[in-house]
Design a protein around this ligand. Sequence first.
Ligand code: UD1
Length: 343
Amino acid sequence: MKRPCVLVTGGAGYIGSHTAVELIAAGFDAVLVDDLSNSEVAVIEGVRAITGRDVPFVEADCCDREALERIFTRYEFGSAIHFAASKAVGESLREPMKYYRNNLLSFMNLVELMHETGRRNIVFSSSCTVYGEPRRLPVTERTPRRPAASPYGNTKQICEDILRDAIAAGGGALRGIALRYFNPIGAHPSALIGELPRGVPQNLLPYITQTAAGIRDCLSVYGGDYPTPDGSCIRDYIDVGDLARAHVAAIRHMTGGADVRPYEVYNIGTGRGVSVLELIRRFEQVNRVKVDYKIAGRRAGDIPAIWADPALAAERLDWRAERTLDQTLASAWAWQKRLSGIE
Ligand code: UD1
C-alpha cells in the first residue's frame, strides 16, 4: 500500500528533522523543504541514516511562491507541517521586518497553495509564547493569549489567526492544528540528529551542553530572585522526540480520527515545571559532568514560570510525553559529545 505523504517545511531544522524521522517510523512518507538558512544539509543525511530511506529533500525558501508551487506540482501529499520560520526572540526585536516577512509570507504561501491544490491538512508549529505571562498555571488551551512581547511571538499569534481564518473561509476544504510547544530539548537517541545552534546559543540546554563540553566557560543563570522555590525560572521541557510524535498524532487525528474539528489548538508539554537550577543539577547528575554557572541578572522578556496542562492532547490526540527528563538530558549530552568529538 502506498504510504501517505506529508510535506515538512523546515525539514532540516531541529524539530522538523525529528518529526521527519517519526513520520517515517509511523508509516508515512515525507518530503522535506528547507532553505538551509539556519540548518545544514548534513541533517538530511542524518534523517536518511536513521530511517534507512532516501527521503526527498528540496532546498527552497517557502517565501518564494514559485519555488513552493513547483514542489506542490512535483510531489503528491495530502498534509503539510510548517516549521520553516525564524525563531530567535532577540533577533526579532532588532530585525522585526525580517521576522514578519519570513514567518508570515512563507505560511501564507503554504496555506494558499494547500487550498488551491485541494490539499487539506495543515499543522502549524506554534509556541507557548502566545500565552505571555499567564495569570494561572498550568496553562490550558483556554488560557487567553496575551499580547506578544516580541515580533517573533507576534508572528506565532498571527499565523495561528491566518490558519483559523483561512479554514473558516475555506468551506471545509482545509483543516488545521496549531501545536503550542513548550520548551523542546534533547536529541535523537542515535545522536545522528539534534539541535545545531549557530553562534552563541540563546536557549538554555545548548548553552549547558556547550559549557559542559568546554566551549563556553560559564553558564549565566538569568535571574535568581524570581518568585519560584529556588529563585530561577520554571519551564516545561519537552523531549524533541516526544514533540515530533505529537505531529504524527496530529496528522493521524486529522486524516483518520473521529470528531475532528476544522481548527484545533493543543498544548504540547509534559505538564511538569522544572527550574533552571534543577535542570542544571539533573544534567550534571545524569551525565556525570560539571556545568560551571553563576547567577546573573534577569533576561529582558523572560517570565518567571510556565508549564502546560497537556490533558487535551492526551484525550483527543492520544498523545503524551513518554521520555523521562533523564533520558532526554542524556540524549542532549550524547549529541553534544558527538558534535565536539568527545569520547
Ligand atoms: C524562548 C522564547 C520562546 C521560544 C523559545 C524557543 C522568550 C520569552 N521565549 O523560550 O518564545 O519559543 O525560546 O526558542 O524568549 N536561561 C538561562 N541562561 C541561558 C539561557 C536561558 O538562565 O543562557 C534561562 C531563561 O531565563 C529561561 C530558561 O533558561 O528561564 C529557558 O530559556 P530558553 O531556552 O531561552 O527558552 P524560553 O525563554 O523559555
